[in-house]
Each structure stands twice: as structure tokens, then as C-alpha cells.
Design a binder for this molecule. Sequence first.
Ligand code: BGC
Length: 750
Amino acid sequence: MRPTVFYSYIVFLIVLSSCAFKTPDPSVQDKMHIFLDSLINEMTVEEKAGQLTLYTSGWTITGPQLREDYIDELKAGRAGNLFNAHTVDYSMKLQKMAVEETRLGIPLLFGLDVIHGYKTTFPIPLAEASTWDMDIIEKTARLSAKEAASAGVNWTFNPMVDIARDPRWGRIAEGAGEDTYLGSLIGAAKVRGHQGEDLADPTTILACVKHFAAYGAAQAGRDYHTVDMSDRVLRETYLPPYKAALDAGAATLMTSFNELDGVPASGSYYLMTEILRKEWGFDGFVVTDYTSINEMVPHGVVADEKEAVALAFNAGVEMDMQGGIYSKYIPELIREGKISEKVLDAYVKRVLTMKYKLGLFDDPYRYLNAQREQETFFSQELMDHALLSAKESIVLLKNEKVGDSPLLPLSKSTRSIALIGPLADNQKDMLGTWHVAGDETKVITLLQGMKEIAPGVTLHHARGAGFTGDDRPGFREAIQAARKSDVVVMALGENFGQSGEAASRSELGLPGAQQALLEEIQALGKPIVVLVMAGRPLTLEWMHDHVPAIVNTWHLGTQAGRAIAQVLFGDHNPAGKLTITFPRNVGQIPIFYSMKNTGRPFDTQNKYTSRYLDVSNEPLYPFGHGLSYTTFDYADLHLATNELSEGASLPVSVTVTNTGPYEGREIVQLYITDKVGSVTRPVKELKGFKKINLKPGESAKVEFTITTDDLAFYTRDMSYQAEPGTFKVMVGPSSSKGLEAEFELKVNGI
Ligand code: BGC
């Protein structure tokens, strides 16, 4: 092994800690600072820029491969971090290169989009948000981190906390949906899960909050498109989830591709310095999204890439993902005095601090243990949790009676079922978007799941249609299967590539010939259950009007088929609730539950009110909607007082009773309306929820506490506070119904 300057620093530290004259011992923090400052002092400007550089590895048919020119950069110390490089075997080679073949031997960070699992794939994030269950969500992140960490990954580009209210945007699949309050809790839970208690634990990995900021508000739902909004909306609706995830300790943050108020995020001093550093005190590091510094040229705010580097650097961005232009231009810009070396040192230190906290300077190979990797992949713990999470993510949208009872759950003594659709026996698409290392061969398909759980039922399976084009050659077989069956189950929706990045759609119906297939099968008059498997809300109005039972199963990952089959046959009573509004048609978009009232709220008696001529204002399924095989009754909404004074809190309770035949879980939701504000307020806002379990006939008193913080907003002068006045409280099973009461908030006795 070549002696490196790095190792002389280790010696320096050992000497420092054993020095007899040194009193008192430097604290752990002090040691880190001394170590890092001395290291930075030894670095050339090129090596410093290298630590601010992140390159992707590529995957070829035979496995992962790093571009030749990156290898040269790496060995020269000009590439300090890699992503899309994983598995112990491969990462070991690269880490050795960095540690043994570069002048200073600084270990690499290995990043990866571990979005909903590494090998074991969990439900897509929008699906898992429907659990409203922070324990499940945190555990998914914890276990994903553990599995990814066992394969050499020490940094994930997760959580994605972009509020999204336009289902045309394919990346809606990656987030928690439309709501700021829920999205903030979910972002924080994911950070806790990934980073655990201590980054020095080699089963934890760095989290990266993305995409800062407001990427989810792309105009017309077209990916990478312009974002423009008032500072009020930005701060009230879009920023809180980023802040919550950072407050939970997220080590890093990613910029977004979009411009905001005319400035691309990666060049925005307002976002990266004023808000992030000065207002929020973030002390981790910022990485750009993929080549987004370079993209400031086509955005049109800089003439060339060198100017782009200066803009991003001076805005407060530490690391360049894949652009390769920090390493190219930083040395030159320092020489020209356009950027400061002192700032460069501070940026490098933030990156090295994370490597230090991960323990990579103690042992650069601590994530690279082949035995641990083998033991962790698809472990029972992972598979069990993937099943639980998948079951809890399923949302029962509709379940009407066929004969005397609701169509679902199906009886295991049903004689025959036709299982039709392109997702019925499909492994790959169950993985959903961003399934990085997900192994489709391990996926349980719906057909397999149904055979496993109901072996006595005769299944007639037919694919019927595909995801694109309008070819109908499969229709005949599907119709025959339906004709000879008692019940039809259709697995329809999107393939994994039809949502996610660069997968915006202008029409949100079932893609390909699936709608035509559904209509032909429906015409046969058999009882039909449709399972909608998609990465976003689809427009399901025809289906809603013609089919008795609809279950939204999203893309549920490795255990998809088993989870869905358990719900179909009643072994698991569904409890998921939507965290995103399902529109009736694309023309209603954007549509979300917390809209404003307008000066002319819809009134059937008056044409000149806010509405459409051709569709109602109401969504097909509202935020918070989700049925159960049992029924719940809400009663006795009780407010401890009708007057709340500033700084005090208001206990609220409601009694929920399971009035149906099955044990079930209910997500009880609390919404607040500020009736009069110095600026207009949303018609309602989620401010609390509880997930409860009740046996048939059982009741529970569900308690909430409203504080004045829950009532605060950006007032007319942009100060963040609660204003006195009347507030409405609604507690119920979704955003569209519930019991209501009112209280007054008194501020300074008024
Ligand atoms: C995406 C990010 C992702 C990055 C690295 C980009 O295209 O926008 O979300 O983390 O690629 O894969």
C-alpha cells in the first residue's frame, strides 16, 4: 500500500491524543475539527474541488461499470464521491482505489436512490403515505437503509418531500401527496429511519432531502417545467416538509431542477443561503440534482458553464452531481477571484464532516462486508415488513353490494374467478418507479398470491391488453375467461415506467387499450372488482359509475401479490386512505382539499359562481378517503372549551364505533378552518390524525389537542402567527365529511 499524506494525519491524531502535555483532552468534536482542518490544509484546490464532485457509475449487461475517464479523475483525487455504485464487490474496488491510489486517501461517499427499498422493494412512497402510519414508514426507511448499507451504500437520495398537487406530474409517485402537514411528518420519519440514532452505526446511511424547492409545482404537471408562486404559498405549503426533514437531522439536501421566481434553484442564493442557512441554520451539505448546474445555461441565466459554476457556488451549493464542472472550473474561478477559497474550504469541510461522521476515516471499508450483505438481502425481517407495509398501503375506493352484501371481500369458496389484465401476473411493474436494485424475480404476482391464499378457487387468467397502443388481440381470451367465471378481478393501471421521473401524462385514464377491455368485460354483466395499480391518481369516473368494487393498490413492491390477495379474500381488512385527491377528469387539475373558497363559491341557484359547465367541482375521491370492510360511526365531538387563549391548548375528542361485521382500523382525521383571516385561508387544513383499531361493536374515544401553533399562518404582513377569531373543527373519516364544532381564539384578550 502506498503511504499517503492521509495516513500521516492518522499518525498526527494518535500523537495528539497521547501527548502528555495536552490538557484537557480535545472533545470528539474538537478532534474532528482538528483532523479535518489539517487535512483540508494539505489539499490542493483541485483536490478540494474533487471532494465537491459526484459522478455516476454505469450499469452494463454484465454489471456495474465506471467510465474510464472517471477512473482517471478518481485516482487524481478529482472525484470524491460516486453514486449508482453498489454491491460490496464492486464498491470495494472503487473504495480501494480512492484510499490506496490517491494522494490523500480520502474515502468515497457512495450514493444511491434508495427510494422505497434496495433489493427488497416496498410500496412506492405515494402508496406508503396512504398508511398514515409513521411507524411503518420509519421502519421501511430503517430496513431499506440496513439492506442498502450492507451493499456498500452510505448515502440515499431520499426523502423526496415535494408537495405535489398535479397528478399529471409523474414524480407524484415519489412523494407523500398533496398535504403539507402529513408530508412533513412523513419526511421526518424517513430521515429518522435512514439515519437512525447514530451515523457511525454502519447500518445507517445519510439522508438527502429533495428537491429544494417546490419541484412538485411544475407548470401543467410537465416534468422539469417552470415553477412560479407567491412567497406566501412557497412558505406555507411547499417549504415546511423540507424544514421538518432537516429538523429531523437530515445530513444533506438536493437542489431541484426547476426555476423559482425566475432563478433556477441550483443558482438561488435566496433558497440555498438565505432560507436554508440563515433562516434554518442547516449545517449539512447541498448537492445539486443531476447536471442542474450545467442546465442553468439552457435556463438562460448564465452564458456558459463557467458562469454557471460561479452562480451555483456563490449561491451556496456544495456539490455538483454529474455535471463535472465544479472540478473543471473551480480552480480557474479561484485564480480569477470570482469565488473564494475560504468558502471552498468551508464547503469541503461540510462534505468531509459527513464522511467523518459515517466513520469512513476510521475504516473506509466499514460498509463493505460481503457476509453481512448476503445475510441482509431479502431477510425475513425485510420481507415481513414489506408485506405489512404493502397491505396497509391499499385503499378501498368503492365496495357496493352485489346481491345482499358488498362484493368484497371475496369468498375463498367462490368456484371460479377470471383474473384479467396486464398487471395480473406481472413481476417487474409491481416494483414501481425507482426500484434501483429491486429484483423482479422475487416479486409475488397477484396470480401467485391468489393461488397461495385461495387454492380451492379455479382461476382463469388472461392478460387481455397491454399498456400502450390500442391493439385488442388479447380481448377474446379475456372475454372467454370472464364468461366461464363467477367473478371477474381485473388488474389494470400503469407499468412502472408510466410514472416517476420524466413520465408526465396529459391524460390520466387507463393507458393503452385497458379502458376498452374493461368496457367489454363489464358488458358481460359479471360482478367485477377492479384493482387499480398505478403510480399516480388515475381518472376513474367511468369505472366508478359501472363497477361495484374498486381497490387502489398502487405499485406495492416485492410482496404486492400476496398483500393484494389477502385484501381480496378478507384476510386483511384494508385501512389505507388517500393522501392525494383523485380528480374526475384532467380539466379539474389542480384540485386539492385545501383550496380557497373564492368570493363566489359554487351555488346551484346561481350561474355566476365558481364552477365548470361540464364537470362538478367535487373530486371523484377526496383526500383522506378510504373504505374498510367494516363501517365506523362518529359521535360526540367534544371541545373542552369554546375559547382558546394564545399559548394554551384545546383538547378535542370524538367517539368512534365499529358498527360493521369485521375488526378494522380507521384513520380519524381532524381538520381546521380559520373562518376569517387577514389573508384568505384554505377551506380546511389537516391538523391531526389517529389510526385506531376496533373490534366489531367496539368504541373508542379518540383524543386530539389543538394548539395555537396549529392555527398559525403567514399573515398579511408575512409574520407567522395565529390571529384571533372563530375557527371550525371537523373530525371525520375523510376531508369531505365529519362532525363539526367551533371555538374562538383570543389573542391579547381580544
Ligand atoms: C433525480 C433525483 C435523483 C438523481 C440521482 C435525478 O434525475 O431528479 O431525484 O436523486 O437523478 O439519481
